[in-house]
Write a protein that binds this ligand. Sequence first.
Ligand code: AMP
Length: 422
Amino acid sequence: MKFQAIKGTRDILPPDSALWNRVEQTARDVFGTYGYSEIRTPIFEQTELFARSIGAETDVVAKEMYTFDDRDGDTVTLRPEATASVCRAYIEHGMHTLPGNVKLYNIGPMFRRERPQKGRYRQFFQIDAEVLGQSDAPAIDAEVIEMLLVFFERVGLRGATLSVNSIGDKNCRPKYVELLREELRKVKDSLGPDSQRRIETNPLRVLDSKLPEEQAIIETLPHIADYLCDDCRAHFAKLQAELKLREISYEINWRLVRGLDYYMRTTFEIIAPGLGSQNAVCGGGRYDGLVELLGGPPTKGIGFAIGTDRLILSLQDATKDAAPESALDVFIAWMGEKSYAPAVQLARQLRDAGYAVELPPEEMKFKKSIGLADKLGAKYALIIGEDEVASKQYSLKRLADGQQNKYSMADLLQHLHGARAS
Ligand code: AMP
């Protein structure tokens, strides 16, 4: 029997894993400068938490959750997203009593049983950030977006575009949804089966449709911007002023409604190049009222989720022609019984000084050692034979051009530091 990773899951192998670490570390660094701290929530939660927050009519809850009966009869679900868990934790730990806004981020795997394709997996990873508190000031929304763009800039994502929208609140959205439903019923026969079903279950989601034959019809539908209540209209106008203040370019996409029910007012999305149809690398929005819906005190909230898999694909696409940078600094080519002990000591000293070192566990002929050092992409081979041991002068060979010099241990470190700095 041959085992394979389950469909829609994948292994993240070296050297890709180094890029993953860099991306996640950059998120930690950037989010830290905006006052966010990390929260780690469980991978599985009570099914009802997701059903109630994401919405029973959404694809995620209706079709995509990994749900199973626990042995004691409870039904539990592998988390399909992070916001519900963060809100659950916020309530459970009484975080509303903390001073100021509570700013949290969460990094980890999510699970949705979608049809796998490039950029869409059943176990995928998100970097998620949330702001919870008493204020719904548009400056919070704008700062969240600013932080996101600083992060994308810092990881080197180029050509990303930001779309924003407002989808109203509980005062104005229901009226718009009803109007949309009426308009959609009139054109029902020209729509595909998914959209036809959504007219009744979740008409906003029809606006998400990517089907080419539905686009002309969708363009004739009423825009929510024309139906926002005064408060939502003012909030959206202020958000745009705040984005301009921060010199953030954006476009308004009136069809940006997002797949999860809990969003209200501000929604936003970031599209990145090189990804084909799965090109949304980040989605987010405001969800005032979600904490209350889950049994907590009245609380405002806004957040986003970055799809790390897609972000990495886009970064790789942009650098696919660049030669990979090797992580290995020094390969120690030792030969002869007397060379082994100094080789072990030198390896340790070099590693203590922060260099990545490969020390062959068994003796090899110099020619074979240098060949392997080359294949591993080492920057240098440090040659330790009996002559070197006797003189305590070690030969350092730069593999790119074969240049070779002898150094004492202290000079060797100094030389490597100098070469690293230049
Ligand atoms: P959502 O939680 O649906 O708002 O998604 C936020 C982001 O997560 C999206 O913009 C994608 O980048 C990413 N994402 C969502 N579903 C998947 C999936 N099945 N595979 C990979 N990335 C995903």
